[in-house]
Design a protein around this ligand. Structure first.
Ligand SMILES: Cc1ncc(C[n+]2csc(CCOP(=O)(O)OP(=O)(O)O)c2C)c(N)n1
Ligand SMILES: [Mg+2]
Length: 309
């Protein structure tokens, strides 16, 4: 496949995610979406580039800001909207909501509202792949805030010690809720990870799915050939508020100018002709997924305690 074909394929995948989240923004005031939503608008290229560098058999462990990775790994859009609507046909039976999407049938193994909590799941899965002699890479995706959690450091140490087949992908948007990274961390994420003696890569251009894909392809190939874990720090920018469907540049904790600079480089904001080429087709797919969610039944009361204990 030519570079131009790959660019268009990834652009389409990223645009699909953005249009899904823009539809969530439009639907949210109706109160039909039953859970809080953490939007990835601005960060789609990280998910698209990363998932494109993986094989279908590889596994992704995500976060509550998970719509982008769920869709990029191949999660079903109907099951995602039904989950947001709390319906029985949702990917979590309507009980998981936006923060706990999962599509294990395509290798999106789950997400959690608890910061950093899926990193050890990815590391454990990589250990299992090693024991079972599977050619399978685990990818843990997490935010910059997650690197302050103890379990992040425990996971890095264990993965490095056992040279496990795991990629640790930090979506560094420079914020944890309203706190800038500089006010929270005494270390650089990539610099610090090097101390564990593992391969480290940085992608400065997290708006550029081709750049992300190239960095991740190199990381995945190193992991697959037995070089041990790789940490990838990918710089990115979230355009919307931490949770919810609004913009909050007026809140004073972040810079609208910085976001505007990212938007000037973001293909989804700049390439109007490609956006126009695919918007109607993607909108039709979203219409179908929303109609499916609307028409689906609520979970039965019997389902309330299923899968709980
Ligand atoms: C263990 C834990 N501590 C605190 C929180 C509250 N909390 C929710 S999101 C968040 C910020 C996380 O920031 P980051 O990891 O950078 O991810 P981002 O939201 O920027 O994608 C915090 C502190 C939580 N959910 N879990
Ligand atoms: Mg962050």
């Amino acid at each position: 496949m030519s570079v131009a074909d790959t660019y268009e394929r990834l652009f389409h995948a990223a645009l699909r995610i953005r249009l899904v989240e823009e539809r969530i923004i439009a639907l949210y005031p109706s109160d039909k979406i039953q859970s809080p939503v953490h939007l990835s608008i601005g960060q789609e290229a990280v998910a698209v580039g990363a998932c494109d560098a993986l094989a279908a058999r590889d596994l992704v462990f995500g976060t509550y800001r998970g719509h982008a990775f769920y869709l990029a790994k191949g999660g079903n859009m109907r099951a995602m909207f039904a989950e947001l609507y709390g319906k029985a046909t949702g990917c979590g039976g309507g009980k998981a909501g936006s923060m706990h999407l999962a599509a294990p049938e395509v290798g999106f193994m789950g997400a959690s509202a608890v910061v950093a909590s899926t990193i050890p799941h990815a590391v454990g899965s990589a250990l299992a792949a090693r024991h079972r002699k599977l050619d399978q890479v685990a990818l843990a995706v997490f935010g910059d805030g997650a690197t302050e959690q103890g379990v992040y450091h425990e996971s890095l140490n264990f993965a490095a010690l056992h040279r496990l087949p795991v990629v640790l992908l930090c979506e560094n948007n420079g914020l944890a809720v309203h706190s800038p990274r500089e006010a929270r961390q005494a270390f650089g994420i990539a610099e610090h990870a090097r101390g564990y003696g593992i391969n480290v890569a940085v992608c400065e251009d997290g708006y550029d799915f081709m750049a992300v894909r190239a960095v991740l392809a190199d990381a995945v190939s190193k992991v697959r050939t037995g070089e041990g874990p790789v940490l990838v720090e990918c710089k990115t920018e979230r355009y919307m508020e931490h949770v919810g469907v609004g913009e909050d540049y007026a809140a004073g904790y972040r810079s609208a100018e910085v976001a505007a600079e990212w938007k000037r480089r973001d293909p989804l904001c700049c390439e109007a002709d490609l956006v126009a080429r695919w918007t109607a087709e993607i909108a039709a797919e979203i219409d179908d997924a929303v109609a499916f969610a609307e028409a689906s039944p609520w979970p039965s009361s019997d389902a309330l305690l299923a899968d709980v204990a």
